[in-house]
Design a protein around this ligand. Sequence first.
Ligand code: COA
Length: 689
Amino acid sequence: MAVKITKIGSAALVIMHNPPVNAINKAIRLNLLEAVRELDKDNSVSYVIIAGEGNIFAAGADAREFDLPLAEPHLPDVLFAIENAQKPWVAAINGAALGGGLEIAMACLYRIACPKATLGLPEVTLGLIPGAGGTQRLPRLIGIADAVEMVSTGKPISAEMALKNGLINVVNSDPIAFASKLDIDELLAIDTVSRNENPTSDQAAIEAAKASVAKRARLQLAPPIAISLVEKTSALSFEEGMKEERNAFLKLRESSQAKALRYAFFSERGAKAPKEISKIDPIQVDTAIVVGGGNMGASIAYAMDGIGIETTVIETDQDAAERAKSNLDRLVDGALKRGKIIQEEADAQKKRLSVVVDYSELPKAQLAIEAAFEDIKVKKTIFRALEKALPENAILASNTSYLDLNEIAQSVSNPERVIGLHFFSPAHIMKLLEIVQADATSDLTLSTGYSLAKRLRKIPALSGVCDGFIGNRLLSRYREIADIIMMDGSNPWEVDEAMVNFGYAMGPYEVQDLSGLDIAYANRKRNEATRDPKRRYIPIADRMVNEGRLGRKTNVGWYRYPGGNGKVQDPLVEDLIIEESYFAKVERREFSEQEIQIRLLSAMINEAGAILEEGIAQSASDIDLVLVHGYGFPRWRGGPMFFADEIGLGKILDHIREFEKEDPIIWKPNALLVKLAESGKTFANFGKR
Ligand code: COA
């Protein structure tokens, strides 16, 4: 049974049961409706307590059902029945009450939550709005300002906060026991939330929420709709509001944004070690080394330290060690200042972090992560030094973003213990961890990499060895085509604007200014000797670097940053581009926003096809996770592979074939893409997992 009913004194105890998170599916809805009917008839029951199995109340609607046709009974009808039952219903919130879970609780007359409970309406994070009265009951309970904040951000609040704003009546460590001692007469005197007075309008709060959403959730459909539904509660009757909410919910349920966000939600949770690896016990890491204390190394060390791993940073000399120390202190002090940690934690964190300059001073760590300069010789020297200094079974990881991990692995006598752990900057914040498996990497080493990702609460994506792994390899294609478009008639701001309007927070040129043009330059130089001489090469970025335009760090790159701030289009850059087009005898032409988007996306999708085909990525969803969590691809579009599957691989292939007529080398269609497109299949169908 999805719902179990027992007795506790004169109350009936209704427990929702759908492990692991009691997601509300058809069976729960049906059983709840039956429970209302049965218990109303049962004279031995004076009131009803509802709770969830285990330590969770209910995590909302079962998101897997959103891909199926609607099925009765619908949650709003079930909640109408609960709210209007003859026996009063009480919510004993024994853990997270999210989405439909909180909507059930709000349909009850009384709410008790345990101190650890979280309460929220996270539907917007799935491209939806609450669909069972959430937008209507919440403002009637806690007022417009707090309700609009919760509904438009989707962020849950604590039980303590819920008590303060009136969402719940009591916080108690044993909500069921507390509920079982309630006075029936007092319960009967409580009116339903839907009959509460309309909340007072609060235009300032609504405008603030709209402004925040316009910035934070630009181009997303659900958040503005959620705000408008909350706004209307001050004027519309409950019934009218419910009707509007339902209509909006049903439309959003079918939207491509909701589908993409659902896909992202399940891909993120599905990103785990492959089955055969998860069976192997990882090495327990409690002491680690980070080689290099620059911005990346320091933030990796800080992230490790944050989960209690004693971490030693090794630097080349005393000056560099001082800089590393101040980088680490800055991170800890920043967290203290923002209220993320208290002074004692900051002190303990600083104590766990140390900086040394000599390999002989290193502790016997189980793991070392090298985050030094991107130079293969430097990295090989470091790996040899680590091999000498650390126990022979210590895992040796490189944070390299482009270099050949197989070659690095060969520098030690036991390459099975070498792995790539490619963090993204800043490493303590960015969710993605590309786990790179070299030819010799052992299952134990991989298992330890995955275990570390889990402890760090990162989203792991497995990559094989190739230039740039999954993410940077795709980034190279994206930038290559952007440069070609620029050379053939556009400019950085048009390209950036097109991608921002697609949903990226920043276009490719603004991102380059932020990270520094010298990084990609160094890579191009590294690959110069092996570059296909027949492949079209755009020299504009090289000229920018040669002229000292390195981006924000020099206050001038693709844009100008007068005084280090702002972002101004630079006519000199346009002159430089036009000059290069002239040298290359290019007849410049206009590119529409849509064409820019299609070209950049098609280039990535084509390359992603090759990445899948070569087995560099194990699944399309891993590629999507990398692009969404490491490279700013809009999450509400799912990722490039999901996007391609949604539009249809046939259409993508048609575009690529059209572009191939201009440049058969750069636009050579990938064989896997062709095979899937011609057989009407999708990337999602393909893959080893
Ligand atoms: N529907 C279906 N499955 C769900 C679900 C939902 N609403 N919420 C969670 N799950 C599944 C996850 O996919 C995961 O499945 P898996 O074990 O097969 O990978 C499992 O439940 C555990 O979820 P996870 O997020 O890994 O656990 P957690 O303990 O870190 O977090 C929650 C628990 C409830 C906080 C978190 O799952 C969550 O926020 N869920 C979504 C809530 C939501 O958006 N509800 C509104 C739906 S419209």
